[in-house]
Design a protein around this ligand. Structure first.
Ligand code: NAD
Ligand code: UGA
Length: 466
């Protein structure tokens, strides 16, 4: 089959590469000529437009054989049997329908595709959208296709997570295919495309259910699990309970399960908040105000965690002005270069607002940092309020505190004696991910705070005497 992929970001890039790996001929198209040039010229894992473990290897194996990157829509779409729309659907931030998805890029894709469609082509919405967006696709296509062309529209939301995207795509728990009742042709195309997924894991629903299920899935993971567990961290600290043990207890209930219960500074990333905001919009639009309030509170809880973490640092360090803080991890999770809605952005901004010099340490994110922290607010007398490094020991030099925000492997198994020797004293470790062993850190002569550990009474953990 000839497969076209529109948009070569985290979803499009992985979708294109994985379909090529599973035997299809794939043409990936993007409006960004720079991005296409990067896909075509990259020759090492870390030179691709996105960083995803294993992706570069697949692209290098298949590029210019059965995987092509082009900035010309005609090359990609002409003769394609199936076209996946993988463009971004950000939150609409003002005006009419504020809070919902901005579907402009999806609509534009449909307009670009329509005149080039061949008869029988299947157009697939893979971007996350509001319920009913398949109708937009169908309308725009119907009114812009050449005479005599018939087509199908399918909703095939994507469930991959960054950092494990290749494995998620090739071995998914299930593939969700929202299809028009009786569209035998589209079904046969999808059965062939997803031949590598067991038949019992290919879930066919109607198209609105497909779109709704994706929103529900992200709401369940973010609100139902992460916000719920994190909503108890403050109370654990107030009462002397331990959130890590609470999470362990919950996880051992087979009905609950242990995944997605890791407590800490809360979730980030490009999708959870965006998708929950769109759900809130949809609920309100349909006069479901009580339900909408539930999700609104959840978003507030998630973001309050970041603010409280910085407040805790302030209180423990007595003042933040002219302090130095090493920030461990900047991406929104490990194993990606993606910093969209990363908790570290909020933490660093708040610290810099308070007069802190921030030493940012991250294996993949440093290229983004000068873009994020531009302008006078991030300068002091013409000097930047931050520095960048990939070495955790370097980030500790002269620091009053270390704030662990993203649990990259490089931050595990550190030599805390060496860290302490590099730091100013009393030195503090603020652990936003419950990564470290308090005894190890205290015995190195450092103070330790971790989110939700009411059992760690701070007074007992001031151990600066070593
Ligand atoms: P992204 O921003 O990384 O990539 C989107 C790409 O689309 C960009 O390269 C952009 O240049 C391109 N684009 C925009 N308009 C275009 C057009 N008209 N024609 C061609 N290219 C165009 O976004 P992403 O993270 O890959 O997410 C894409 C969609 O998938 C979103 O709806 C998102 O919610 C959903 N999703 C994302 C993930 C994830 O982990 N990132 C997982 C599941 C679903
Ligand atoms: C998430 C979902 O997991 C995917 O199924 C979905 O396809 C995707 O969103 C999307 O629609 O974009 P992703 O955001 O890439 O994937 O990464 P996750 O592994 O879900 O992590 C999201 C955030 O939750 C990260 O900040 C992570 O640190 C945090 N998290 C995750 C926790 O704080 N605790 C946990 O136990 C798990």
């Amino acid at each position: 089959m000839k497969v076209a992929v529109i948009g070569t970001g985290y979803v499009g890039g992985v979708t294109g590469a994985c379909f090529a790996k599973t035997g299809q001929t794939v043409f990936c198209y993007d409006v960004s000529v720079d991005k296409i040039n990067e896909w075509n010229s990259a020759n090492a894992e870390d030179s691709f437009p996105i960083s995803e473990p294993g992706l570069g290897r697949i692209v290098l194996e298949h590029r210019n054989k059965n995987l092509f990157f082009t900035a010309d829509p005609k090359t990609a779409i002409s003769d394609a049997d199936v076209i996946f729309i993988c463009v971004n659907t950000p939150t609409k931030t003002n005006g009419i329908h504020e809070g919902s998805f901005e579907v402009h890029y999806v609509e534009q894709s449909a307009r670009d595709i329509a005149p080039l469609l061949k008869n029988g082509a299947v157009v697939v919405g893979k971007s996350t959208v509001s319920v009913g967006t398949v109708d937009l696709l169908e309308d725009v296509l119907r009114d812009n296709i050449p005479a005599g062309v018939d087509f199908s529209v399918v909703s095939n939301p994507e469930f991959l997570a960054e950092g494990s995207a290749i494995e998620d795509f090739l071995n998914p728990g299930r593939v969700l295919i929202g299809i028009k009742d009786g569209d035998v042709h589209a079904k046969s195309v999808f059965d062939e495309l997803y031949h590598f997924v067991p038949e019992s894991s290919r879930i066919y629903t109607n198209r609105w259910t497909g779109e709704m299920s994706k929103l529900a899935n992200n709401a369940m993971l973010s609100v139902g699990r992460l916000v719920l567990i994190n909503s108890l961290t403050g109370l654990c600290e107030d009462t002397g309970a331990d959130i890590v043990d609470v999470s362990r207890v919950l996880g051992m209930d087979a009905r609950i399960g242990s995944k997605f219960l890791k407590p800490g500074i809360g979730y980030g990333g490009s999708c959870f908040t965006k998708d929950v905001k769109a759900l809130i919009y949809l609920l309100k639009h349909n006069h479901r105000d009580v339900e909408a309030e539930f999700y609104e509170s959840a978003l507030k809880i998630n973001y309050a965690l970041r603010e409280r973490f910085v407040e805790k640092m302030y209180n423990c360090l007595y003042s933040l002005k002219d302090k130095v803080v090493g920030v461990y991890g900047f991406t929104f999770k490990p194993e990606t270069d993606d910093i969209r809605d990363a908790p570290a952005i909020t933490v660093c901004k708040r610290l810099m607002d308070e007069g802190v010099f921030v030493k940012i340490c991250d294996p993949k994110a440093l290229k983004h940092i000068p873009i994020i922290f531009q302008g006078k607010a991030y300068e002091d007398g013409g000097n930047k309020r931050y520095s960048m490094t990939t070495d955790p020991y370097d980030a500790a030099i002269g620091a009053n505190a270390i704030a662990l925000i993203t649990e990259w492997d490089v931050f595990k198994n550190l030599d805390f004696d060496r860290i302490r020797n590099n730091m100013k004293h009393p030195g503090w470790i603020f652990d936003g991910r419950n990564l470290y062993d308090s005894n190890l850190i205290n015995s190195a002569g450092l103070n330790y705070y971790a989110i939700g550990r009411g059992t760690f009474k701070l007074d007992n953990h001031r151990n600066a005497g070593k």
